[in-house]
Design a protein around this ligand. Structure first.
Ligand SMILES: [Cu+2]
Length: 463
C-alpha cells in the first residue's frame, strides 16, 4: 500500500510539472522559502517491463521538481538530506555567492544524512538553469538527483505557454531496472562516460504534449544526463532559439533544425506551432544516421490563432550582458589529457608523479595540465575583475563538456554568445573568455560525471 501510494505521488509530480509554490513557507524576513528533500524511493523507469527501481529523488520526483525563483531577490532553498549517504546541491549556471555553490570540500562540507543546509539564492540573471548533486555525481546523478531551475524574467515574455523539457539518459538492465551492476565501471570512466539505453523526457518515455495550431510556446530544453550529448530535432518549421545556457541570444533558426545539447547545457526555443488540428509532430533524438522519436506534440481540435505569429520573440537582456570583455586577457592554458586511446604517460596526484597503471588503480584516467584529480593549488588566482582567457586544448580522443562555476564565458570561436558549459570535440581548441568577477573558489571541470570523477577537474580563485 505504501509503495503504491509512493508511485502515485511520483507520477503525479511529473504530470503537473511538480511546481513548488513560491513562498511555501512564509519566512519572518519575507524571503520565499522552498523545501527540497533528497531521499531514496521507487520509480518505474520503463513503462512495460517489470518493477520499479530504487532511485535517488528530489521531493519524490524524477526528475526533481521544477523550481521557479525570482531574479534579483533572495530565495531560501531549505535542503534536507534523507539519503543514507552525504550529498549537496549545485545550482548550475547561477552567478551566486560562492558559499551557495554546493561543492563539497570547496564551498561547504557535505550535507550528511539527516542534516539540512539552507541555500540562499539571489541570482542576477533570468533564464533556464538546473540543479543537481555535486557529490559522487557519477552515481547520485545517474540515480536521479537532478531537476530544472527557472529564474523568472521580471516581466513574463509574451508566449501562450511554456514547457520544461528535461531529457535524461538511463542505463537499464534486461528486467527494465536501473542497471546498478555497471555503476562506476572503469570502461565508462575512461571512454565516453555512462551512456544509457533509455531516454526519458521529464522522467517518462513516449511523452505526448497537446498543442493548438498557431500557439506560441517556449520550450526550455535541458540535458540532465550524466554523459550523453543529445542532438535534437523538433519537426516544426517555425522554431527560433532565444536563449543558450539561460542567457538570451538574438533569435535564430538552428542550422538543419538541429539543436545540440551537451550534458548540462540548456537551449530555450520559441515554437510557433504551424500544424492543423489532428496533426502530430515529433521531437527526435538523432543518433548517427538514425532518428528516434522521444516526444510528440499532438494538435487538438481547436486553434489558438488563425496563423502563427511571425515576429520573433526576444527575451530581455540580463545584467550579464552589461559585462564588457576587454582586448587584453590573462591567458591561462588548460590542456585536457588522458582517457582511452590517448598518449597519456602519467600525471601528478597530490604532488606525486604517477604512472598510468598507478593512476588506473585509483580510477584516475583523466588529467588537466598534467594533474589528475583536484589540485591543491588553483589553476589561477586573480583579483576580482581580472579578464581571463582559458585556452583549452583537448588533447584527448573524446569530446568533453567543460563547465565553469559561478561565471559565464564567451568562446573565442563564437563571440556574442554567453555560455556556462561548452562542448569541445576531440583535438579541438578554443578560448573561453570572461571577467572573473565573482569572489571565491570555483571549479572548472568536465560535466560528463564519469570524467570528472576520473580526474578531469581543477579550480580557480577570485580574491
Ligand atoms: Cu569529459
Amino acid at each position: 500500500m505504501q509503495r503504491r501510494r509512493f508511485l502515485q505521488a511520483a507520477a503525479g509530480g511529473l504530470i503537473g510539472g511538480a511546481l513548488l509554490p513560491r513562498g511555501a513557507l512564509a519566512a519572518a524576513d519575507d524571503r520565499a522559502t522552498v523545501l527540497l528533500r533528497a531521499a531514496s524511493g521507487l520509480y518505474r523507469l520503463h513503462p512495460t517491463k517489470t518493477g520499479p527501481s530504487t532511485l535517488m529523488q528530489f521531493n519524490a520526483s524524477i526528475p526533481g521538481p521544477v523550481l521557479r525563483i525570482p531574479r534579483d531577490r533572495e530565495t531560501v532553498v531549505r535542503f534536507d538530506n534523507a539519503l543514507d549517504e552525504p550529498t549537496s546541491v549545485h545550482w548550475h549556471g547561477l552567478r551566486i555567492a560562492n558559499a551557495m555553490d554546493g561543492v563539497p570540500g570547496m564551498t561547504q562540507p557535505p550535507v550528511e544524512p539527516g542534516r539540512s543546509f539552507d541555500y540562499v539564492l539571489n541570482p542576477p540573471d533570468a533564464g533556464t538553469y538546473w540543479y543537481h548533486t555535486h557529490l559522487r555525481s557519477w552515481a547520485q546523478m545517474a540515480l536521479g538527483l537532478a531537476g530544472v531551475l527557472i529564474v523568472e524574467e521580471d516581466t513574463p515574455p509574451a508566449v501562450d505557454r511554456e514547457m520544461v523539457i528535461a531529457i535524461d539518459d538511463w542505463r537499464i538492465d534486461r528486467e527494465g531496472l536501473f542497471d546498478d551492476a555497471s555503476l562506476g565501471r572503469l570502461h565508462d570512466w575512461s571512454h565516453a562516460g555512462r551512456i544509457g539505453n533509455l531516454i526519458t523526457v521529464n522522467g517518462k518515455t513516449g511523452t505526448r504534449y497537446e498543442v493548438r495550431g498557431g500557439e506560441r510556446i517556449r520550450l526550455r530544453l535541458v540535458n540532465i544526463a550524466n554523459a550523453r550529448t543529445m542532438s535534437l530535432k523538433i519537426n516544426e518549421p517555425l522554431l527560433q532559439v532565444v536563449a543558450i545556457d539561460g542567457q538570451p541570444v538574438e533569435p535564430f533558426a538552428p542550422r538543419d533544425g538541429r539543436i545540440t545539447l551537451a550534458v548540462g547545457q540548456r537551449v530555450d526555443v520559441v515554437v510557433d506551432f504551424a500544424g492543423a488540428p489532428g496533426h502530430s509532430s515529433t521531437m527526435e533524438l538523432l543518433v548517427r544516421d538514425d532518428a528516434y522519436a522521444i516526444a510528440s506534440f499532438d494538435y487538438g481540435a481547436t486553434i489558438a490563432r488563425e496563423s502563427p505569429l511571425e515576429s520573433p520573440l526576444r527575451l530581455p537582456p540580463n545584467p550579464l550582458h552589461r559585462v564588457r570583455l576587454p582586448e587584453e586577457y590573462l591567458q591561462v592554458p588548460l590542456r585536457m589529457q588522458g582517457g582511452a586511446m590517448s598518449r597519456f604517460s602519467g600525471a601528478t596526484v597530490d604532488g606525486r608523479e604517477m604512472t598510468v597503471s598507478e593512476l588506473v588503480e585509483r580510477k584516475l584516467v583523466w588529467a588537466m595540465n598534467g594533474v589528475a584529480g583536484l589540485p591543491r593549488e588553483p589553476l589561477f588566482r586573480v583579483e576580482r575583475g581580472t579578464a581571463v582567457s582559458l585556452e583549452l586544448d583537448n588533447e584527448t580522443s573524446w569530446p568533453h563538456a567543460m563547465h565553469v562555476h559561478g561565471h559565464h564565458f564567451v568562446r573565442a570561436s563564437a563571440p556574442g554568445i554567453w555560455r556556462d558549459t561548452v562542448l569541445l570535440g576531440r583535438g579541438e581548441r578554443d578560448a573561453l573568455r570572461f571577467v572573473a568577477d565573482n569572489p571565491g573558489r570555483w571549479l572548472i571541470h568536465c560535466h560528463m560525471a564519469e570524467h570528472m570523477a576520473g580526474g578531469m577537474l581543477t579550480w580557480f580563485e577570485v580574491t
